[in-house]
Design a binder for this molecule. Structure first.
Ligand code: PMV
Length: 325
């Protein structure tokens, strides 16, 4: 029986996605830009099954996680008129307990694996549109490298997909340090939290409106490898997302005191001449970007802060790989 092995990487947004204009189709209110994280990999193995779908996640026992995947498989079958069942086994080579978002790599792997196992010849745009239906950020994990996810305008979402702007060789000196911060609280899901932000945050619309210019400037800065401008724009975008989350009702607070200490320390390191910048997702971990020559001092300084559990160093990831055995 043919066995498909797909390897994908999660991605980190420097211009964020937060909020949908269409919940069912997962269409975002704004375009976003991300880098793939080479140090983190999801591996998903897919074979055809006889009687029903079989889903095994080595990183989660959550019923909701399995249900989300089952709904995605059902949606895939309906969209492409596929009749088969699948056996799916998915694992991450990074500690999911550390709160590192694996939905981007997870649904990208699933979209690629299901399409390959069904002999559908989907291009990257179609795969990105498919992956988006599992988790918005998964749209970006199909393309690899440095990626733009176009928000699109059409009501059916056919122009809402991600594409590669620069491959993984564009900026070989760029490093992303994932600073792992303890997370004990059960947080509201990003899906529910986004809905609340769009509905209640007074600052949200301004952040969205200012984002298109920021995105254009970000692309220019990345093209020129202008690290200082990239950092400034990424932090501006983060502050906008953070403020909108904080003035949501009820207020969303994904960060711990350690997260804020890491952020302050990044600013101090920068003031001391070690060029670096930070961003976060909807969680307490802090992502710190820097030039490879600055990694040692930044890593050492941040790892010694109380509450920091560890760090992972990453370069920019390439495209996903698919192996058929
Ligand atoms: O698609 P989701 O549910 O993983 O949402 C991702 C939202 C952020 O990580 C906070 C921002 C982003 O653009 O990835």
């Amino acid at each position: 029986m043919t066995k498909i092995i797909v390897r994908t990487n999660p991605n980190l947004a420097l211009i964020k996605y937060w909020g949908k204009r269409d919940e069912a189709l997962m269409l975002p209110t704004k375009s976003s830009l991300s880098v793939g994280l080479n140090a983190l990999t999801t591996e998903t193995i897919i074979t055809q099954a006889e009687d029903r779908d079989h889903i095994k996640l080595t990183f989660s026992h959550s019923v909701e996680a399995v249900q989300k995947i089952q709904s995605f498989i059902n949606l895939f079958r309906t969209t492409y008129g596929v009749k088969n069942y699948f056996s799916i086994s998915s694992s991450n080579d990074f500690p999911t307990a550390a709160g590192l978002a694996s939905s981007s790599s997870g649904f990208a792997a699933l979209a690629l694996g299901l399409a390959t196992a069904s002999n559908l010849n989907l291009d990257d745009r179609q795969l990105s549109i498919l992956a988006r239906r599992g988790s918005g950020s998964a749209a970006r994990s199909i393309a690899g490298g440095i990626v733009i996810w176009h928000k699109g305008q059409l009501p059916d979402g056919t122009d809402c997909y991600a594409e590669q702007l620069f491959d993984q060789h564009h900026w070989p000196e760029l490093r992303i340090l994932i600073i792992i911060v303890n997370d004990n609280e059960k947080k509201i899901s990003s899906r529910d939290a986004m809905r609340l932000t769009v509905a209640t945050s007074p600052s949200y619309q301004n952040w969205v409106a200012s984002s298109e210019d920021r995105l254009e400037e970000m692309i220019t800065a990345i093209k020129a490898k202008d690290f200082t401008s990239v950092g400034k724009l990424a932090e501006q975008d983060w502050y906008g997302m953070h403020d909108a989350m904080r003035d949501t009702t009820p207020s969303l607070d994904y960060w711990t005191s350690t997260s804020y200490t890491v952020i302050e320390t990044v600013k101090q390191l920068r003031a001391q001449g070690h060029n670096c910048f930070f961003t976060t997702d909807a969680g307490p971990n802090v992502f710190v970007c820097c030039h490879k020559d600055n990694v040692a001092i930044i890593k050492q300084t941040l790892a010694s802060l109380p509450g920091v559990l560890g760090s992972i160093e990453s370069t920019v990831a390439g495209k996903p790989t698919v192996t058929t055995l």
